[in-house]
Write a protein that binds this ligand. Structure first.
Ligand code: MD6
Ligand code: FE
Length: 226
C-alpha cells in the first residue's frame, strides 16, 4: 500500500494511523517495534535534562542478589527507581545511596516515551520509572525478563544513546533462540502486550568513540512500575 506522497505503509501495522516521519517502525515481535532514529530530533533538548538527572543521581554499579557486581552502571529518575542488592530486585521511592527521592522524570522524557509508545500502538502510556543504564566497552546485560513491575499490561519504551550495541530479543524461555538486533544512537525499542515477558539482553559493548557521548552507551527504559 502506498500513499499519494509515496510513503510506504505496512497495512496491518498502520491501518488506523498516519505514518510518522520520525523513523520507521521495524517489527521484531507481534507487539514489538524498533523505531529507528526516533529520539534524534529530541536530543538537543533531552541531553541537558539527562545531565541534570545524572548530577542528582549519579551512575553506580549495583550488586545482584547472587552477589555479582553488574558490569552496567545504573541510576533512575521518576517516582520509582529500580535497584538491586543482596536482598533482591525492587522499585523504591528513594535513591538508596542518598536517602532522597529519585530525581523527577523530566516532562520531555515522558513526552518522548509517550510519543514512541503511541507510534507502536500503545496509547495512554504513563511511565512512572525511568531506569538509566550505562555501558562502557565490555559491559553487557545477560538474558533476563523484566518482571518487577506491578502490571504487565503497560509496554516498555527503551531508548539507545551513544555507541551501538547488539540487543538480544528472545522468547519466553531463557534457552529460546534470540534475535540479534543492532541498536544505534537515537533508536527506540517499544514492546509490550504478548511480548512483554520475552527474555532479552545486550551483548558485550564493543570499544569505540561516539561523537556526542564518547566511549559509552546509555540506555533509558521507561516503565509503568507501580
Ligand atoms: C538495554 N534493556 O537495552 C537493556 N528491558 O541496555 C533492557 O533490559 C530492557 O531495553 C526491558 C525493555 C526494554 C529494554
Ligand atoms: Fe530488561
Amino acid at each position: 500500500m502506498m500513499r499519494s506522497d509515496d510513503t510506504p505503509i505496512t497495512p496491518d501495522l498502520f491501518a488506523d494511523q498516519a505514518p510518522t516521519t520520525l523513523g520507521q517502525a521495524e517489527r521484531i515481535g507481534q507487539q514489538s517495534f524498533v523505531l529507528r532514529g526516533f529520539a534524534l530530533p529530541w536530543l538537543d533538548r533531552l541531553l541537558p535534562e539527562l545531565e541534570a538527572v545524572l548530577q542528582a543521581a549519579p551512575f553506580r554499579q549495583m550488586v545482584t542478589p547472587g552477589g555479582f557486581t553488574m558490569s552496567v552502571a545504573l541510576t533512575s529518575c521518576g517516582a520509582l527507581g529500580w535497584t538491586t542488592d543482596r536482598s533482591g530486585y525492587r522499585y523504591t521511592r528513594e535513591d538508596p545511596q542518598t536517602g532522597r527521592p529519585w530525581p523527577a522524570m523530566p516532562t520531555l522524557f515522558r513526552e518522548l516515551a509517550q510519543a514512541a509508545a503511541a507510534t507502536a500502538q500503545f496509547e495512554h502510556f504513563e511511565p512512572d520509572a525511568c531506569l538509566i543504564n550505562r555501558y562502557v566497552p565490555g559491559a553487557r546485560m545477560s538474558l533476563h525478563q523484566d518482571k518487577d513491575e506491578r502490571d504487565f499490561s503497560a509496554p516498555i519504551v527503551s531508548m539507545s544513546l551513544g555507541l551501538p550495541a547488539v540487543f538480544q530479543f528472545g522468547g519466553f524461555e531463557r534457552s529460546d533462540k534470540s534475535l540479534r538486533v543492532p541498536l544505534f544512537h537515537g533508536d527506540i525499542v517499544v514492546w509490550g502486550g504478548v511480548d512483554r515477558l520475552r527474555y532479552h539482553g545486550v551483548l558485550p559493548l564493543k570499544p569505540g568513540q561516539h561523537p556526542r557521548l564518547g566511549a559509552q552507551r546509555i540506555n533509558l527504559t521507561f516503565r509503568t512500575a507501580g
